[in-house]
Design a protein around this ligand. Structure first.
Ligand code: FE2
Length: 149
């Protein structure tokens, strides 16, 4: 029989897993915001800043849900670099096309991660609601990234 603690631990694992990629992608979006160059610069530069802000807000929500369940949210740089499953952003200048493609890819991975956890019937409904909101928002942002390419 699955206990409440085991269910909370599973939810914490799901939330922590998502927190790592969301926090890493927020950092990448800011990096791209600073290093993007080229066509439609101002639009993409601004959108990347909005995306970073949006992802940081999601990271905060995920982290506080972990804390509410009795866990210890971890988005330290060491944890992010060791455990994220995103592609690295190349150093230096990025064309707007490269920046948008990188965000498209990263957002897709975050959405896929959330969808995978949502298929796990042991994830509680409140945590699932958080993951659904994240997935919905990230898929919307992915559409914005694709529509600008
Ligand atoms: Fe800025």
């Amino acid at each position: 029989m699955t206990t409440a603690t085991q269910l909370d631990n599973l939810a914490i694992a799901a939330l922590q897993d998502m927190l790592i990629n969301v926090a890493e992608l927020a950092s990448q979006a800011k990096q791209a915001h600073w290093n993007v160059r080229g066509a439609a610069f101002l639009t993409v530069h601004q959108w990347l800043d909005d995306l970073a802000q949006n992802l940081r807000a999601h990271a905060d929500t995920l982290a506080e849900r972990i804390a509410a369940l009795g866990g210890w949210p971890d988005a330290c740089s060491e944890t992010l670099s060791e455990r994220n499953s995103l592609e690295s952003l190349p150093f230096g200048a990025l064309t707007t096309g490269q920046a948008l493609a990188a965000m498209d890819n990263g957002l897709g991975r975050v959405a896929a991660g959330a969808a995978a956890w949502l298929r796990n019937p042991a994830v509680d409904q409140v945590t699932a609601d958080h993951l659904t909101g994240l997935c919905r928002d990230v898929q919307n942002q992915q559409w914005l990234a694709r529509a600008q390419q």
